[in-house]
Write a protein that binds this ligand. Structure first.
Ligand SMILES: Cc1cc2nc3c(=O)[nH]c(=O)nc-3n(C[C@H](O)[C@H](O)[C@H](O)COP(=O)(O)OP(=O)(O)OC[C@H]3O[C@@H](n4cnc5c(N)ncnc54)[C@H](O)[C@@H]3O)c2cc1C
Length: 476
């Protein structure tokens, strides 16, 4: 097994030198620090929640984001299939709930020597601590392909599904971008397409083209094994170690001269950094940070999320980087804690159109995969504070910590059968409650089904019909 297959544990932070001291010698502690968070996405919200948990009411926290909307993107993959939709939350409400202020605007320049940021409208804002969480820019990279980056591309994918259903095309290639990023949504699109077309009795030829050596190799051996079996089971061809180059006459040409038959190509959008004047960046525009997410060479500036130069761009990791930054900031401002460094642990839920797959891999070398949840609460973005917060908005009183669950000893086929049994029972109970006019209870049962299906965070709908589950992987 090569280092590429050892999962996220084989990845290290990129910058470890040139770090500022934690607090300048002789500099008095700031009693009412002003923390500025640039960005209104996953890392920003996690940083807000973590700072409030660690420093309570002390810091004045301001979020600067261009929009009032927080978009929970992962469920956008279900939109073309009417399974789920990207959940949208009001950032201003969340900020208010956590005694923070939302300022609409975009950070244009950072002036670390003056500890201020300048917004695009010219406003200058001072900070004692700055967290840069402005994410990355999505880019189309394969001419002629349908690019997928989220909700705005759902219609284009739905159009391809219509073409498949009408029998006008039958071969689809799914292409992962050349740089690493986060390939999981591509596997979801392929699996959801297969489930959708199978349900509608449509013949298709689906191929995933990826530069990874193994499918979802960041999850380590257990994830790779399950993915290989699942793709084979669903008849989805895999071209690992391959990079798509261009489309030509019904074929997707690969770098090196090989090709794949394809009537249409769905390409997962690539990502590039959003360089900010005043902040160092690597050649791809990402910010070098140390293991506490301090920006290399600057005092009072941290960065977390897709905008840092960590190669895997995932929401769960973005929250862990935000946690590392928040702990370090809290320590700087006098909290009695030893800030934990960022040690990546990947947790994911893969939508398949049938039972979702749970995957995890971590710094300790754990690699687990199966049909039973591996962490709780279940969320497409498993954040220590954000996961329970989002879950709690729907179910007040639920546990407030993200907890890992030991992989069950049951084999995959048994896990799948148990999940299916629970789902069928809940659907029956929902039907019974609805029959007796108890809509509230029926809704609770349906929400429990959505949890099992992995579409819950969307507030999605529950298919009333039986889900067709094929022969589970691992059973010959
Ligand atoms: C289709 C899809 C599916 C995905 N599925 C999953 C999944 O299942 N699980 C998972 O964990 N991750 C998933 N991800 C990845 C996850 O969405 C990202 O890793 C995560 O959103 C990164 O968080 P972030 O805070 O760094 O950036 P974002 O969430 O992108 O937030 C960046 C924020 O910064 C704001 N901003 C931009 N420029 C500025 C500026 N100059 N000043 C101020 N604010 C600015 C933006 O408006 C935005 O509010 C998926 C991504 C996609 C595209």
């Amino acid at each position: 097994m090569t280092p590429e297959h050892e999962g996220v544990a084989s990845l290290v932070m990129t910058a470890r030198s040139g770090l500022p001291p934690r607090r300048k010698a002789g500099k008095p502690p700031v009693h009412h620090p002003r923390v500025l968070i640039a960005g209104g996405g996953v890392a920003s919200l996690e940083a807000l929640l973590a700072l409030r948990a660690l420093l309570e009411g002390r810091p004045a926290i301001e979020i600067v984001a261009p929009s009032r909307e927080f978009v929970f993107r992962p469920l956008a993959v279900g939109e073309p299939f009417w399974l789920s939709e990207a959940r949208r939350l009001d950032l201003e409400v969340i900020a208010r709930e956590h005694a923070a202020h939302l300022r609409l605007g975009a950070v244009d320049i950072v002036q670390p020597d003056r500890a201020t940021v300048v917004l695009q409208d010219g406003t200058e804002l001072p900070y004692d601590a700055l967290v840069i969480a402005i994410g990355a820019r999505s880019v189309t990279w394969l001419g002629g392909a349908v690019s997928f980056a989220g909700s705005r591309d759902s219609r284009a994918i739905a159009n391809i599904l219509s073409e498949l259903e009408e029998g006008r095309i039958e071969r689809i290639a799914f292409a992962a971008p050349p740089a690493m990023g986060w390939p999981l949504p591509l596997y979801e699109l392929a699996l959801l397409t297969e489930a959708h077309t199978a349900r509608n009795g449509v013949d298709v030829e689906l191929t995933i083209v990826t530069p990874e050596h193994e499918p979802l190799e960041a999850f380590g051996p257990a994830g790779v094994r399950l993915l290989r079996e699942l793709l084979a089971e669903r008849g989805i061809a895999l071209r690992p170690g391959a990079t798509a180059e261009r489309l030509q006459g019904g074929r997707l040409l690969l770098v090196g001269g090989d090709s794949v038959a394809a009537d249409r190509v769905i390409a997962l959008a690539g990502i590039e950094g959003r360089p900010l004047p005043g902040i160092p960046s690597d050649p791809a525009g990402f910010i070098p940070v140390d293991e506490h997410c301090r920006v290399a060479g600057l005092e009072g500036v941290w960065a977390a999320g897709d905008n840092i130069s960590f190669p895997v761009k995932q929401g769960g990791l973005a929250t862990q980087q935000a946690d590392a930054a928040a702990e370090d900031i809290a320590a700087v401002f006098g909290a009695a804690l030893e800030p934990a460094p960022f040690r990546p642990v990947l947790r994911a839920q893969l939508l398949t159109g049938e039972a979702p797959v749970y995957l995890s891999s971590g710094a300790s070398g754990r690699s687990a995969a199966g049909f039973s949840p591996l962490f709780s609460p279940q969320s497409k973005i498993a954040g220590r504070y954000l996961g329970p917060y989002l879950d709690g908005r729907r179910h007040p009183g639920r546990p407030e910590v993200l907890t890992d669950i030991e992989p069950p000893s049951a084999d995959l086929a048994t896990q799948l059968a148990e999940e299916e049994e629970a789902r069928e029972l809940l659907l029956t109970l929902a039907g019974g409650a609805a029959h007796f006019g108890d809509e509230r209870t029926a809704r609770q049962y349906r929400e429990a089904v959505e949890h099992i299906d992995g579409t819950f965070a969307a507030g999605g709908h529950t298919p009333q019909s039986k889900r067709t589950v094929k022969r589970p992987p691992g059973r010959s």
